[in-house]
Design a protein around this ligand. Structure first.
Ligand code: LMR
Length: 401
């Protein structure tokens, strides 16, 4: 039955974490996987999440199935916070929602729904570079995927002209993957004006926006600010769109797989139909989604005091990341690391896209035990006052050798 099975190399980013964990060197630094770490380099359970867990414990947890579409209060609170109160009131009845296995599960469900609704599969336009899993998720569903130039490696910035020109030439009725904020891996997002232009071009050419929204509130520390592009497309532009939401990063619920897909359309009955399809697709894949993480998130989102605490937690995380970004920049300048480093402080979000050659990335790993993704993306949350100097010195040395 399986003679045709091919060997697939392990996922690069998870393999890097395993390599880091196996390294006995005491000063090793993990800047690979995008997971938040506190000032001591430890995973951080958000105080708001801790408090929500306490509340659940005192209420008494049971372990019954959730409905197939997921926890109703979680789905509703997610739609509310992503759209903002006003837009939610206006549009709730035209949005189908379904709890998902984090952001990846939401992307996959969106793909399943799009596939089920189209006899001719739409093309997917995916920025280059992008999160390492995007192509895999959509190719595995049979969609033709095409990369478009998002980033200018020489200028080390967003290549907005290439972006516009792709949109002008894209096949109508295709899907475009949009990073709602904190573009992974480049940390370069369009400005508000550029988002407006992107939305107009997409609307004119009937392109479907599918937002990957893994960093809302985590990017700037302000949820509304980070949800700007989503609200622009759904609100002002009145476009049909998909929003794939993850609470892995902004609530630190990595392992709980807490996510949600929001599919907005223009007609109530169509939304009802879409929702019923999502229910059937979910049933055939996971039957019903996991309960614990959704209950925590729902508790945080649905309780004013906990929500305020969570906003504060997001400011703590994004603030520490911003401070570490600045510290790394200053140390690189201090040590005289060859090249210019302005791009590092112009980027935002969890990642720094350094622009190092593969050779330098390997040297960092092998000679200095500093683990950086192959494309020289660093997870800035892995830096702290105790290791930032070591990292900057290591980068400087590797570039000089
Ligand atoms: C990352 O980009 O490092 C994270 O989103 C983890 C992952 O699943 O790749």
């Amino acid at each position: 039955w399986f003679n045709q099975a091919q060997f697939i190399p392990p996922d690069a980013i998870f393999a890097l974490t395993a390599q880091y964990q196996a390294d006995p060197f005491p000063q090793k630094v993990n800047l690979g996987q995008g997971t938040y770490r506190d000032e001591e380099g430890k995973p951080w359970v958000l105080p708001s999440v801790n408090k929500a867990r306490e509340c659940l414990r005192t209420k008494g947890l049971q372990h019954e199935y959730l409905p197939i579409l997921g926890l109703q209060s979680f789905r509703e609170e997610t739609a509310k916070i992503v759209l903002g109160a006003e837009l939610f009131k206006e549009q709730a009845s035209k949005i189908a929602t379904c709890q998902s296995l984090s952001g990846t599960g939401a992307l996959h469900l969106a793909g399943l729904l799009l596939r089920a609704c189209h006899t001719k599969l739409p093309k997917f336009y995916i920025p280059e570079p992008t999160w390492s899993n995007h192509h895999q998720v959509f190719q595995s569903l049979g969609f033709p995927c095409e990369s478009f130039k998002y980033y200018d490696h020489e200028m080390k910035s967003l290549d907005i002209e290439s972006y516009y020109s792709m949109l002008r030439q894209a096949e109508p009725n295709s899907v475009v993957i949009l990073h709602a904020c904190a573009h992974n891996p480049t940390g370069c997002d369009p400005s508000k004006e550029q988002w407006r232009e992107i939305a107009q071009l997409m609307k004119a050419r009937q392109l479907f926006p599918l937002f990957d929204s893994a960093y809302l509130g985590f990017n700037s520390g302000n949820f509304d600010e980070d949800a700007f592009a989503i609200r622009l497309f759904l609100g002002e532009m009145q476009m049909e769109a998909g929003v794939c939401v993850s609470f892995a990063k902004n609530m630190g619920l990595y392992g709980e797989r807490v996510g949600c897909i929001l599919m907005s359309t223009v007609d109530r009955q169509v939304a009802v139909n879409m929702q019923s399809m999502l229910e059937m697709l979910q049933r055939s894949e996971v039957s019903n989604p996991p309960a614990f993480g959704a209950k925590i998130a729902s508790q945080v989102l649905g309780n004013d005091e906990l929500k305020q605490m969570w906003f504060q937690d997001m400011m703590t995380m994004s603030g520490r990341i911003r401070a570490m970004r600045a510290a790394l920049y200053e140390k690189l300048i201090f040590f005289g690391a060859p090249g210019s480093w302005e791009h590092l402080i112009q980027q935002s979000g969890m990642f720094g896209f350094l622009g190092l050659s593969h050779e330098v990335v390997l040297k960092l790993r092998e000679q200095h035990h500093v683990y950086v993704a192959d494309n020289s993306r660093i997870s800035i949350a892995g830096l702290n006052a105790g290791n930032v100097e070591y990292v900057a010195r290591s980068i400087t040395q590797c570039l000089r050798d």
